[in-house]
Design a protein around this ligand. Structure first.
Ligand SMILES: C[S@@+](CC[C@H](N)C(=O)[O-])C[C@H]1O[C@@H](n2cnc3c(N)ncnc32)[C@H](O)[C@@H]1O
Length: 437
């Protein structure tokens, strides 16, 4: 029986607060990221003396915390991220360029920003004012300044463009009338949207260019060490393993029905990574099935250990209280995806490899789903040794997710944990492991 261990005294490593101040991480921190300290501490736990031998893998790269921190430590990391905007962020944070050249070329982008261009987003619903709308994401002057700068970047050397694009996207989002809040975008409480204009975009762009130049100088990277590939990490299972890894510190999407592709919709449209909602839907369909918004393929496997079996039974008994009839299937699909990924990691692990999974529990229809413990059971069954389940943070469940007949009942506390696993010594990655289903 797996038990959780409370870490009350240690500062939490699962929140992204550090990312707002640390070199390179601060270029574009995201709320759902974890602290780079988690990666550093885990690397030190490996107790290895030869950096060159260590390979890290990160199947859910997000803003690139793991590959950036690994590269800073001098170890290689192969990272994967399905969202093209987030993959772009991670990749850009790994790049190296001469900060002086970046500074010198900045004027080319500034010229474009001052010149402005009509933006194709002006005609896309909610992106811009007009048509009697009361709320919109970007003021017209913000969109036109952005479009002018984006075009200006094309006149810069190819090796520098990603840095300017990142700085400009962040500047645009600072001047957006909405901000990401959990699973949706929420309009900012402003007296009027007039505070955002061309001048504020240019000022923020310059500010982010300053940060990038400073960090390129202070934290020089060997860009060839790590990579971020834009890929559905569930496809790892179909890839022949070339290299075996020693360290994997990762945080999959939580089973909280959030779809991250939706939260980054403005950035994806601004960057031209998607041009309509159909393309966005294609990305959603490639994400781990932790949400009900997309019409993904139904899961087939149904056996993910004893805790899973009990919880699913409890949830099915209360199916009339669920806010979506697809929730039981979503839970099943989520663990099917995670089982597939954990099995793929088994194939790629070196003996003694360390695997840390940051995850939170969730609640549906009055039943708490102990995602950490279920993942621990699945990991054990595909060949990993469970070392610990450390609770790092207590979270409040959203009232919406907790809807059930007894509305007065207290909303349960959820926990965020780090599941710590080791690959057995003496095993080579390709051990035969038990498959479920
Ligand atoms: C909790 S976030 C990871 C945050 C990351 N640790 C950081 O510090 O920025 C989970 C990430 O998994 C990504 N993701 C979801 N499904 C995926 C899939 N099938 N393959 C690869 N990445 C996926 C999401 O886009 C999201 O960025």
């Amino acid at each position: 029986m797996t038990v959780t261990r409370e870490l009350t005294k240690e500062p939490t490593v699962t929140n992204a607060a550090d990312n707002a101040t640390l070199a390179r991480h601060r270029w574009y921190p995201i709320k759902e990221g974890f602290s780079p300290r988690l990666v550093t501490d885990s690397y030190l736990e490996l107790g290895t003396d030869s950096k060159k031998r260590v390979l890290a893998i990160e199947p859910f790269s997000g803003s690139g915390t793991a590959p950036v921190e690994c590269t800073r430590l001098g170890i290689a990391c192969l990272a994967f991220e399905v969202n093209p905007f987030l993959a772009f962020i991670g990749r850009t944070k790994l790049r190296q360029a001469d900060p002086k050249t970046l500074r010198a070329q900045r004027e080319t982008v500034l010229k474009g920003l001052r010149r402005k261009n009509v933006s194709r987003l002006e005609s896309i619903s909610t992106f811009c004012e007009g048509n009697g709308r009361k709320k919109w994401l970007f003021n017209r002057s913000v969109l036109r300044t952005f479009a002018g700068g984006w075009n200006g970047i094309k006149n810069c050397p190819p090796t520098l463009r990603a840095f300017y694009r990142l700085a400009l996207l962040r500047a645009a989002m600072d001047n957006c009338n909405a901000y990401p809040d959990g699973k949706c975008l929420r309009y900012k409480r402003l007296k009027s949207f007039d505070c955002f204009d061309s001048g504020s975009v240019i000022a923020q762009f310059e500010h982010y260019c300053d940060l990038i130049e400073e960090d390129l100088d202070s934290t020089r990277f060997d860009s060839s060490l790590s990579s971020v590939e834009c890929m559905d990490s569930r496809e790892l299972a179909d890839r022949v393993p070339k290299q075996r890894f020693d360290l994997c510190v990762t945080s999959p999407p939580y089973l909280n029905s959030f779809d991250y592709s939706d939260v980054y919709r403005p950035e994806m449209f601004l960057a031209g990574l998607v041009t309509d909602n159909k393309q966005l839907m294609r990305i959603r369909l490639r994400t781990v099935r932790s949400h009900v918004q997309a019409n993904w393929k139904a899961p087939i496997k149904a056996s993910f250990g004893t805790i899973y079996a009990k919880i699913l039974k409890d949830i099915l008994n209360r199916k009339d209280e669920l806010w979506s009839a697809r929730i039981p299937q979503m839970i099943q699909a989520y663990f099917e995806d995670m089982e597939e990924l954990l099995a793929a990691l088994t194939e790629r692990a070196n003996p003694s490899a360390l695997l840390k999974i940051v995850v939170a529990t969730s609640a549906y229809g009055g039943v708490v789903v102990p995602v950490d413990l279920i993942l621990a059971e699945i990991a054990e069954q595909v060949g990993w040794e469970l070392h610990d389940v450390q609770v790092v943070r207590r979270l409040r469940s959203s009232a919406q997710l907790w809807k059930h007949e007894d509305r007065d009942k207290k909303v349960p506390e959820l926990r965020e944990s780090v599941v710590i696993l080791k690959f057995p010594n003496g095993s080579s990655g390709a051990v035969p492991h038990k498959r479920f289903g």
